[in-house]
Design a protein around this ligand. Structure first.
Ligand code: EPU
Length: 357
């Protein structure tokens, strides 16, 4: 391996436990190539591709469930960090810590990214699954994305229109065709927040729907909300040893809504079911469905190595000694329980490597 990567500038490490590199803190061993510059990242992926060696790209490790056997190829760790400001934009290298980027924009007097505060992971991961929170999806702020095309080896800028953004998805997700090298985000030079579209957040800030507030105020409120749900990393709090939301909120075709509402009523009686209009149907709340299907916060109980977060049913968490197998078993129980009771199939949000649900 060292011959293949000798001229790439990457640092090679053997038998690295991947658990140490993921927020779920599970995953067996692999060879890791650390790339601290974009040039070395490009050269490393090109060299591995030319040699036919399987590549797993890993940056913040916050949206990955890696199996206990690890990974047989090379884990390319995106460890670039540069962040550069323009008059109304910020350019972040892919490995830059996402929340550090958001914090830097707010501190520099810019608005636009504050609703996306406190999200674990890297800047380069945000377009891949069109990260979203508190009424903003990152596609609304992306100007362009620097990509390495792995079929040709070329590096180029892609426009947002090419990226096929949808709810928690883009053409970059579940595809190995391109590597994100850097992302440029549009900012609001007047320091106001993006329009507030999330009821819970707007109420906290005493703002009308669609109103704005200074970005720093919104960032502080979002961090409070997220922390209350266990969605801000804290090594001392096992509720945050997660991949964020483990399932996406299911979007079902409109003609299935009635059937699902009837199934819910049959199980839990006459309740108001939270649903949201979506472009291609109706979005249900996965956290709500999980809880009403009988999986309370903290399920299955304090002694289990893998449990639902005690603060939010949508986060599967490692209590310290969980294996990937423990998490997969829990995910299946929850998914199958919701499907049996309500006839809705939940799909996992994290990328799975070496495990299938
Ligand atoms: N709910 C429960 N029990 C729970 C948690 C939630 O019943 O334990 C119900 C409540 O009715 C609540 C509703 O679910 O009103 C929605 O919960 P929440 O506001 O926390 O949002 P979410 O839909 O569960 C989504 C994103 C989060 C994002 C928040 C805030 C997905 C899959 N998740 O969660 O994103 O932070 O909205 O915008 O879309 C992530 O993707 O990893 C993530 C954390």
């Amino acid at each position: 391996m060292s011959e293949v990567l000798s001229a790439t500038g990457a640092r090679l490490r053997d038998s690295v436990p991947l658990a140490a590199l993921t927020t779920l803190r599970v995953g067996g061993p692999a060879t890791v190539a650390d790339c601290v510059t974009t040039d070395s990242l490009v050269a490393t992926v090109r060299a591995l591709d030319a040699a036919g060696i399987p590549v797993l790209l890993l940056a913040g490790g916050s949206n990955l469930l890696i199996g206990d056997d690890g990974f047989g190829g090379v884990v390319v760790r995106v460890a670039t960090t540069a962040v550069e400001f323009g008059d109304d934009r910020v350019l972040a290298e892919a490995g830059a810590d996402w929340d550090a980027v958001v914090a830097a924009t707010v501190a520099a007097g810019f608005g636009g990214l504050e609703c996306l505060s406190g999200i674990p992971g890297s800047a380069g991961a945000t377009p891949v699954q069109n990260v979203g929170a508190y009424g903003v999806e990152v596609e609304q702020t992306i100007r362009r994305v620097r990509l390495l095309d792995r079929a040709t080896g070329d590096v180029r800028w892609a426009e947002p229109g090419e990226l096929g953004f949808g709810y928690r998805t883009s053409v970059l997700k579940h595809s190995s065709a391109a590597v994100v090298l850097a992302v440029e985000f549009a900012l609001r030079p007047d320091g106001t927040s993006a329009p507030l579209r999330y009821g819970e957040l707007a109420r906290m800030l005493d703002a009308a729907d669609g109103g704005t507030r200074p970005a720093a105020q919104v960032r502080a409120a979002v961090l409070r909300l997220r922390a209350g749900k266990g969605m801000v990393l804290d090594p001392a709090d096992h509720d945050t040893w997660s991949a964020g939301s483990f399932f996406t909120n299911p979007v079902v075709p409109r003609d299935q809504e009635r059937r699902i509402l009837d199934a819910i009523a049959a199980h839990v009686g006459d309740v108001t079911v939270p649903t949201y209009p979506a472009p291609d149907g109706v979005k249900f709340s996965a956290g709500w469905l999980i809880e009403r299907a009988g999986f309370a916060k903290g399920f299955p109980g304090p002694d289990a190595p893998a449990r639902l977060s005690t603060k939010h049913t949508l986060a599967l968490t490692n209590r310290g000694t969980a294996t990937a197998a423990d998490l997969v078993a829990l995910a299946r129980i929850v998914r199958d329980g919701v499907a049996d009771r309500f006839g809705v199939r939940l799909e996992p949000e994290p990328v799975t490597i070496g495990v299938t649900l």
